[in-house]
Write a protein that binds this ligand. Structure first.
Ligand SMILES: *Cc1c(COP(=O)(O)O)cnc(C)c1O
Length: 408
């Protein structure tokens, strides 16, 4: 009844999804069939520069040769054991991830949301076992406009109504304060507080960069108040901002670090909670787990990702190309761009609403061979693979200029 995939056009495939695929996304009308580096190709063979990079899951580009090689090698040896047994790839992955992040112990999971959930569980258990918070009383302080994932507990402390409406009842135990506001944080933290959980840069909110000193302030406040600092670096981490971790811009080390997205090299879902020994040490056998977490394929790919980051090349590229990106965006300010925030190879760009919504701008860019995604309103996010070239970044900005010139 259905034609083989290779015989179906993009339009056919988009139409075919409608009755059978949950409508929880509103993708741009492009059907990607293959990709390499910073470029993807659709079913009809049209090429696009990928300026989204899978929300930073593709920091090393599509199908980076070293990562593909690591995956192939591992596929030929061993793919899954479950944690009922040891596998021969997990020790190295954990050792190197701990060393890379300056922390001690790794809890391997799969998706970002699972890492956040796991970090919350670890923090609560730490609050009861170590801090002495009365059972059932632990609180976690989070920031408004956060994005930490989509599970029922995580949407419980979202301030985005479309993420929450219809999904209650919600998990209690969270306090929400404005982002980038140390006084509000101080006010919210008390003797029940297990942790402060924030993104060092708020990605989905539009690449919101806190004031210099905020992360240092969070670190000092949490230490002084005797609660944990959990940094969700699932999107900001692993090279994106020009450092291995965004917290490094203020030389801050959190107690608990959440990683995901790029940790899987764009190949498999790999996430992790990385923490100080005194914190992760609260978990005992049977108290947490995941069938797929720490599987040998994930560990092999994750180790290859860490190896790439150990060279420093990608962090350096993000730094250098970030300069090109910022200069280009500065030139567009007042010419359709009303403002932007950028760190490393990552920018939130506010487009003059008179020229179109973020969605409309994204669609026009798509027709010109550039893939981006709006966040909300008239903000688009630029986050190309860190393998992109300076010329490709300039060319993408040239296309943005052209699209903004046409609009309205
Ligand atoms: C994407 C993201 C998550 C959730 O990751 P999933 O793999 O989609 O579950 C959590 N936190 C941040 C900061 C993210 O950007």
């Amino acid at each position: 009844m259905t034609a083989p995939a290779h015989a179906r056009t993009s339009a056919d495939l988009i139409r075919a999804e409608e009755p059978v695929l949950a409508h929880n996304y509103h993708p741009l009308p492009v059907v990607v069939a293959r990709a390499e580096g910073a470029w993807v190709e659709d079913v009809e063979g049209r090429r696009y520069l990928d300026m989204l990079a899978g929300y930073s899951a593709l920091n090393f580009g599509h199908r980076h040769p070293a990562l593909i090689q690591a995956a192939h090698d591992q596929l030929d040896r061993l793919t899954l054991t479950s944690r009922a047994f040891h596998n021969d790839r997990l020790a190295e992955f954990a050792e190197r991830l701990a060393a890379l992040t300056g922390l001690d112990m790794v809890l391997p999971m799969n998706t970002g949301a699972e890492a956040v959930e796991s970090g919350i569980k670890v923090a609560r258990k730490w609050a009861y076992d170590v801090k002495g918070v009365p059972e059932g009383q632990a609180t976690i302080v989070v920031a408004a406009d956060n994005f930490h994932g989509r599970t029922t507990t995580i949407v419980s402390f979202s301030t985005d109504e479309s993420a929450r409406a219809g999904f209650g009842p919600f998990t209690p135990g969270f306090r929400i304060v404005p982002y980038n506001d140390l006084a509000a944080l101080e006010e919210a933290v008390d003797e029940t507080t297990a942790a402060v959980l924030i993104e060092p840069i708020q990605g989905e909110a539009g690449v919101i960069i806190p004031d210099a000193g905020y992360l240092t302030g969070v670190r000092e406040l949490t230490r002084r108040e005797g609660c944990l600092f959990i940094a969700d670096e699932i999107q900001s981490g692993l090279g994106r901002t020009g450092r291995t971790l965004a917290v490094e811009h203020e030389s801050v080390v959190p107690d608990v670090l959440l990683l995901g997205k790029a940790l899987g090299g764009g190949i498999v879902p790999v996430s992790a909670v990385v923490a100080r020994r005194e914190v992760m040490g609260v978990l005992g056998p049977g108290e947490h787990g995941s069938t797929f977490g720490g599987n040998p394929l994930a560990a092999a790919v994750g180790t290859a990702v860490i190896e790439l980051l150990e060279t420093g090349e990608f962090q350096r590229r993000a730094d250098e190309l970030g300069l090109v990106l910022r200069e280009g965006l500065q030139a567009l300010e007042g010419h359709g761009v009303t403002g932007f925030r950028a760190r490393g190879l990552w920018a939130g760009v506010d487009v003059d609403p008179a020229l179109g919504t973020g969605r409309e701008i994204s669609e026009r860019l798509m027709r010109e061979g550039i893939l981006v995604k709006d966040t909300h309103g008239s903000t688009i996010r630029l986050a190309p693979p860190l393998t992109v070239t300076a010329d490709e970044v300039r060319s993408a900005l040239g296309t943005l200029e052209k699209v903004l010139g046409q609009a309205g």
